[in-house]
Every structure is written in C-alpha cells, then in structure tokens.
Design a protein around this ligand. Structure first.
Ligand code: 9MR
Length: 405
C-alpha cells in the first residue's frame, strides 16, 4: 500500500473567506469584552441590577443630557447597571410650570420615554417642595401672598395635571419633599405658612386622585436625626389616619464621612418601617470633602465661599481616603441588605462623579468623589465590593411591614 493512502491529506491553505471569518470572530469577541468592561463590571460578574435582583430596586437620578444621549457614556451605565430612574431636576415645578397654566413637558416626556424604552422603574420627583417652586405659585397679581384657598387650588391643578399626564407610566411619586426641619419642627415654607400642615395630606390626596395606582412617598434628608425621624413618623401616621395612601418614606442618603452614625440611620429605618410603610434609600451619595464646621444634610439654600483648603482632592483622591470611603459605603450597603425586607429601592443621586451635585454644594467648583462611577465612566472598586456583598447577604426575618418588591 502506498504510504500516503493512510496518512491525512495535507491541510488546504486557508481561503480568503476563512481568514475573513476568523477576523470577524475575533473582532466580535473583542467588542463584546470591551462593552462588558466599559459598562462597569468584569465579564463574569453580575451588574448591580443583577446582583440586587429579588432584594430591592437599584436606581440612579439622571440628567436631561443623559436622556438626550449628550452624556451618552453615563446613559450606557444607567441602562446596563440600574433598573430604576428618577429625574434629578426636570420634573420640579419651576421647570414644569414656570408660569401659571403654562406647562413645559418636553423634557419630562423624554425622561419618561427613556425609562420605558429601557424597562426602568420610573419615579417622579417632586410634586411639592419649598425649593424650585416658581414665585408666582404663592403670589397674587399685586405681589402679595395668595389666600389659602387659592394656593390649595394651585397645588391641586399642578399635581393633577402632572400626575395624570403620566398615569400608569410613572410608578411612584415623591409627593412632598423636605417639609420638616432637622429639629423636627415644620419647615416654615410658603406652603406651610399659607395652608398650614394640611398641605401635606392634601398633596397626597390630589396625587392619589390623579393616579390611584401610583405609589406615593414622603422624601427628606438627615432622617437619621432622632427629632426629625419622630416628626416624620407622626406625619406618616397622620396621613394613614386620614385613610390616605402613602407607600414609603424616602430616606435621602446624602452621607458624609462622619454623618450620620450608622446606628442612628438604622434606628430611623426601623422606625419608618414600623409606622407601616416601606423605606427607600433615595438620593444616595457619599462626599469625601471637608464640610464647613457643623454642617451636614442637604439644605439647598446653604452656600459657602469657595476655599482652597476645602477642595483638597482636585488632582486625585489619595488611596487612604478612597479606602475609608469604600469602608463606609460597604457598611451602609450591608445595612441595606440586612433590612432588604423593609427596603423597596436604593437610588444613587447621580451616575458619575463629574455630574454630581456634590461638586457644587455647599461650595461650588470643588472636585468630589461621591458616586459609584468615576470621571472616566468606569466603575470604582467599590462597585465590585458591593456586588460581592449581595452574594453573602440574607435578610433579617420578614416583618409585618415587609417591603419585598
Ligand atoms: O441635584 C440637584 C441639583 O442639580 C439642583 O441644583 C438642586 C436644586 O435645588 O437640587 C438637587 O437635588 C436635590 C433634590 O431635588 C432634593 N434633595 C436634595 C437634592 C440635593 O440638593
């Protein structure tokens, strides 16, 4: 037998088509890897929304440039990593109704469409707030305060127009924002001064009438302060006592490195849950910058002169501070996971460090590092640490007021 009869035939030279196929395969693989990396997780790790699935929603406040695709890289992070959104600014009354009866829904419509296209839980923020309400709301044609009746009517009209426009599409509303001060007293806002404390139950009533299926929330900052917490619990009880709908208290999570103490935050979280509503951690961020003395919270009227010594990390965050921040973020996420049966949503107040409000409050023009994604649209190491936490977590036993979504 000829030796060549049992030997393998010589391998044919690769055809140009075969070479092309191999190249395309390689290219596709590279693109997939790059996409996975740029979207914020290692290829084999779950994204944030996958990691928190079945625990609570994980969301972000987004800007109109992200909605419009101008800030496209941040928008990609939102789509990949989060399953809930809230508008950082475009649904505040000063933008929606700058003049009486003249509504501008263009940006809000686009924000809602963005949420729907990307299958995100949409929260509206915020219907009634002392800040960013246009001046006309409280004034008559002579520039004097309007009567109680007129202000109630303006509130009714604003809430009904806005909530009914997005009926069935916006799943929950921050109905009243920041009505109680840190010492537990009523904020002396125009709403309070003209209408009295009834403005709150009235706002909840109007919102419910406009969309009976929407969840309704009270949202505030520094809720770990005992006196403030107590007044919010009383407020929740008063609203429920009138048989009005209130689904959750939003604990704004504007944290700093030493405020609040985790134990105080936990005490308030438990108190809100025990009052019969869900808890949401809204507006989460963690500033690493020094605050002017004795300053915490999120009072938007506070402004301090810019001082270089209060902007120490403009050229980068030192490793020790980064690690300290990671430790504190981890401690808070551990707390959220421990009470996942009471928490329905955790929302970051922004996507990347470069568009965080923290860079401009209470001093403008600083460089802060308060969020989970950096200025190059990359996940910080903390993202992976949080994801790892979800693999070990189990909730405390469900309570009567459990809030599993
Ligand atoms: O992040 C928002 C910032 O861009 C606005 O300039 C500011 C205007 O008042 O509001 C910020 O968002 C606030 C939110 O609506 C309510 N809680 C406190 C937030 C931070 O100030």
């Amino acid at each position: 037998m000829h030796p060549s009869a049992t030997a393998h035939p010589p391998t044919p030279a690769p055809t140009p088509a075969l070479v092309m196929m191999k190249l395309i395969k390689k290219l596709v693989l590279t693109i997939v890897c790059c996409l996975l990396l740029s979207a914020g997780t290692k290829p084999n790790e779950p994204t944030l929304k996958e990691a928190f699935a079945g625990k609570f929603l994980i969301g972000a406040a987004i800007t109109i440039s992200q909605v419009l695709g101008v800030d496209a890289s941040a928008a990609e992070i939102v789509k990949k990593q989060f399953n809930a959104i809230v508008p950082e600014n475009c649904m505040k009354s000063i933008y929606l109704q700058p003049k009486e009866g003249v509504f501008h829904f263009d940006e809000a419509d686009k924000f809602v469409a963005f949420g729907e296209i990307n299958n995100l839980w949409i929260t509206g923020h915020c219907l009634i707030w002392h800040s960013q309400t246009p001046a006309w709301f409280f004034r008559d044609k002579n520039g004097n305060d309007v009567s109680r009746e007129v202000l109630i009517e303006r509130m009714r009209n604003h809430i009904k127009t806005v909530v009914s426009r997005y009926k069935g599409r916006i799943k929950g509303w921050d109905v009243v924002n920041e009505a109680i001060t840190d010492d537990g007293s009523w904020r002396q806002s125009k709403f309070y001064k003209i209408i009295g404390e009834d403005f709150i139950p009235l706002a909840f009533q109007f919102a419910h009438e406009a969309d009976p299926d929407a969840e309704l929330y009270y949202n505030d900052y520094s809720t770990a302060i005992a006196a403030k917490c107590k007044s919010i619990v009383n407020l929740v009880k008063a609203i429920r006592g009138k048989n009005l709908r209130i689904d959750a208290v939003g604990m704004q999570g504007h944290l700093s490195m030493d405020f609040p103490a985790i134990a105080d935050f936990e005490r308030s979280l438990l108190a809100f849950s025990a009052s019969g509503v869900k808890v949401m951690i809204t507006e989460l961020d963690l500033t690493v910058l020094p605050l002017p003395q004795h300053f915490a919270g999120a009072d938007v009227s506070a402004k301090f002169d810019f001082k270089n010594k209060l902007n120490p990390y403009s050229n980068g965050l030192p490793k020790d501070i980064e690690l300290k921040q990671q430790k504190r973020y981890v401690a808070f996420f551990k707390l959220f996971l421990k009470h996942q049966d009471k928490i329905s949503r955790v929302t970051l107040w922004g996507v990347t460090d470069n568009n965080s409000w923290r860079n401009n409050w209470p001093i403008s023009g600083r460089t802060d590092y308060a969020l989970l994604f950096d200025r190059n649209f990359q996940p910080k190491p903390i993202v992976n640490k949080i994801i790892q936490l979800t693999k070990q977590s189990s909730a405390s036993p469900p309570t009567m007021h459990g809030a599993q979504r």
